[in-house]
Design a protein around this ligand. Structure first.
Ligand code: PMP
Length: 406
């Protein structure tokens, strides 16, 4: 079946914007993606018809709201290959999922224990572990890049494991380099040392099918807003036996069994980790973004994004002074670049004046910037609704501004 990008775009009213008299070209999908009508319709239906607190009573309206939320849990569990719905915890996003694991699972760590991270992590997979280190005295060990400055050095990764290693935590896909890490292999290596793994899947789920059971991931986290879904919602998948062994992260309503001043007991999974009223509206809408992705199909999305990526990369390389960061062969549709020695911010500002929406800065990956020897990059990141015409406009804009910058 032919990929009908115009039909897809018609579902995304948010793409229909103009800036400085130019049609918008939205190339900041790694930061957040636009949202299709089907997802927003569900949000509207929840607010207008089913705005009742979940898990709180016998009323029909509350039960309907609860069903809408729990339907998403079943949908997510099946979609990511979890063994049971109890293994799907709703969070505010990737960041909260990692903080939850570091704070809760990390309570068992002792001074001198080691957690392995990589140099290409987003700050949200660094700082929670640093906070834990300041409380417990654990040490962070960091996997470096190969000489290609794009892929992780697996020999270094292997060599970091020792009897003090208690956890490994790394991204599935880098939000700066686009590198798709060999997570199945990395998890198998960790498991051969008896070490559990957290995978930050924020940049994977919008682009590729993830099967947490096939990967044998112990924890896997992602955010709905990057996969055409609502803001403020994320998922933490955890293996049941690990989640059961962990203390609650936050206390409050819904996460308890019974409460008394003498002592309180916890609710069963998944509610033990879902204190307070969840974003049941957003959670309900998350299933619609999964439905949307599945209606197009990962294979078709991947083929389309790959064609755009290859085309854009080839055209960019023809521009004098172009410096690309992230050249792994197994790469997702993210292009980080600089033009000559021009500041990334200047390039981003000039592109903005031509309607091209990109991201500039360190992309919450300062340690990676240090390794690359730069302060930041311009980042163009693609999604299923981007078109070849948009890439042409992006390239034309780059050609126009490059002589002003080099
Ligand atoms: N990890 C990666 C790889 C990311 O790209 C991002 C978002 N830029 C995050 C974590 C944090 O996601 P969120 O802000 O949705 O919690």
């Amino acid at each position: 079946m032919e990929y009908n990008v115009e039909k897809i775009r018609a579902d995304f009213p948010g793409l229909d914007r103009r800036f400085y008299g130019h049609e918008m070209v939205y190339l900041d999908n790694t930061a957040t993606s636009q949202t299709p009508r089907q997802v927003v319709d569900e949000i509207e239906a929840m607010y207008y018809n089913r705005k009742a607190n979940v898990h709180r009573g016998v009323s029909s309206i509350s039960q309907e709201a609860t069903d809408c939320q729990e339907e998403t849990r079943r949908r997510v569990a099946g979609w990511i290959g979890a063994r049971s719905v109890e293994e799907v915890i709703f969070t505010r996003g990737t960041t909260e999922g990692i903080n939850l694991v570091a704070a809760s699972y990390g309570q068992r760590f002792k001074a001198g224990d080691e957690v392995i991270l990589t140099v290409m992590e987003h700050h949200s997979n660094i700082v929670p572990w640093q906070l834990l280190a300041s409380r417990t005295g654990i040490k962070l060990r960091v996997v470096s890049l190969c000489d290609d400055m794009s892929t992780l050095d697996l020999e270094v990764y292997r060599s970091l494991f020792n009897e003090r290693t208690v956890m490994a935590s790394f991204c599935h896909v880098s939000n700066v380099l686009g590198t798709v890490n060999p997570v199945a292999e990395m998890i198998a290596i960790a498991h051969s040392h008896g070490v559990p793994v957290l995978v930050d899947g924020a940049q994977a789920v919008p682009h590729m099918r993830v099967d947490v059971s096939a990967l044998d991931a112990d924890f896997y986290v992602f955010s709905a807003h990057k996969m055409y879904g609502p803001t403020g919602v994320g998922v933490l998948y955890g293996k049941r036996e690990l989640l059961e062994s962990m203390p609650p992260y936050q206390g409050g309503g819904e996460m308890i069994g019974t409460v008394s001043f003498e002592g309180t007991t916890w609710a069963d999974l998944p509610f033990k980790f879902e204190a307070g009223t969840p974003d049941f509206v957003g959670i309900s809408a998350l299933k619609k973004s999964i439905d949307y992705i599945e209606s197009i199909g990962y294979e078709a999305i991947d083929r389309h994004e790959r064609e755009l990526l290859d085309y854009a990369t080839a055209e960019m390389m023809k521009i004098e002074g172009m410096r690309l960061f992230g050249t792994a062969c197994h790469k997702s549709a993210v292009i980080s670049f600089l033009i000559g020695n021009a500041h990334h911010y200047d390039t981003g500002m000039l592109l903005d004046k031509l309607g091209i929406q990109v991201r500039t800065g360190h992309h919450c990956a300062e340690p990676l910037m240090h390794v690359l020897g730069i302060e930041g990059t311009v980042r163009a990141s693609l999604a299923m609704y981007n078109t070849f015409e948009e890439i042409d406009r992006f390239i034309a804009a780059l050609k126009r501004i490059a002589p002003m910058l080099v």
